[in-house]
Design a protein around this ligand. Structure first.
Ligand code: MD3
Ligand code: FE
Length: 221
């Protein structure tokens, strides 16, 4: 099943204000939803980074990921030669991941509710950092214990092209532009769909310079 139906939806500029669109079964884009909290989010990310710096993880196959990552919350997503998993401790420091900042928890809860998933309480937030050229190849997120809980993703800084496939790796992905302040909530069947990020284009964002930051909120444990 390929969901070509969704390929031709308009993707209005997020400067036009806040609104939502369905992009797949159970998946909703909330354009501009995080805009009013962007400064507070940047500051909170700085604080997480001070305790648990961004780093390039290695895949089980031995490849260094071009995305730099860190985590906050009671669990953090990690990858190494032994595989992918959630870990309560930062393997670089041996200490627990930093607590999830209140502004994160509240934003994730509100966004999930606005998309039709009330009661979402994330215990893990993976923070991805992209510079121009960075990409994230097509994958599924299935290390979380409860695959019924949605994932909430918040985009900050440079715009990106999100590749949104289907239940099978071979399903041709739709290309969806996500900009600063946009939130996507992935629930229902879309929760297990293949997805990725096309190589980031050059640019200079007024708040984040040459970076894109993405927060993904998960119920992992
Ligand atoms: C669709 N991150 O961290 S977020 C990831 O922009 C990840 O950094 C991308 O994919 C990023 O795993 C995309 C959007 C996202 C997250 C989880 C999903 C989309 C998803 C799970 C199922 C379907
Ligand atoms: Fe993912």
């Amino acid at each position: 099943m390929t969901f070509d139906l969704f390929d031709n939806l308009p993707e209005p500029d997020s400067r036009g204000g806040e609104h939502s669109e369905a992009i797949g079964p159970g998946a909703v884009v909330l354009r501009g939803f995080a805009l009013s909290r962007a400064l507070a989010l940047r500051q909170a990310i700085e604080q997480v980074h001070a305790q648990a710096p961004f780093r390039h993880l290695v895949t089980p196959g031995g490849f260094r990921m071009s995305v730099a990552m860190t985590n906050c919350g009671t669990l953090g997503w990690v990858s190494d030669e032994r595989g992918y998993r959630y870990d309560p401790n930062d393997p670089d420091s041996g200490r627990p991941w930093p607590a999830m900042p209140a502004v994160f928890v509240e934003l994730a809860r509100e966004a999930a509710a606005a998309a039709g998933y009330p009661g979402f309480v994330p215990d893990a937030c993976l923070i991805n950092r992209y510079t121009p050229g960075t990409r994230l190849s097509l994958h599924q997120d299935r290390n979380e214990r409860d695959l019924h809980a949605p994932i909430v993703s918040v985009s900050l800084g440079l715009p990106a092209v999100f590749l949104f496939g289907g239940a099978r790796r071979a399903d041709r992905p739709a290309r969806i532009r996500v900009a600063h302040g946009d939130i996507v909530v992935w629930g229902g069947p879309s929760r297990l769909f293949y997805h990725g990020i096309a190589p980031l284009a050059d640019g200079d964002h007024p708040l984040l310079g040459t970076l894109r930051l993405n927060l993904t909120f998960r119920k992992a444990g």
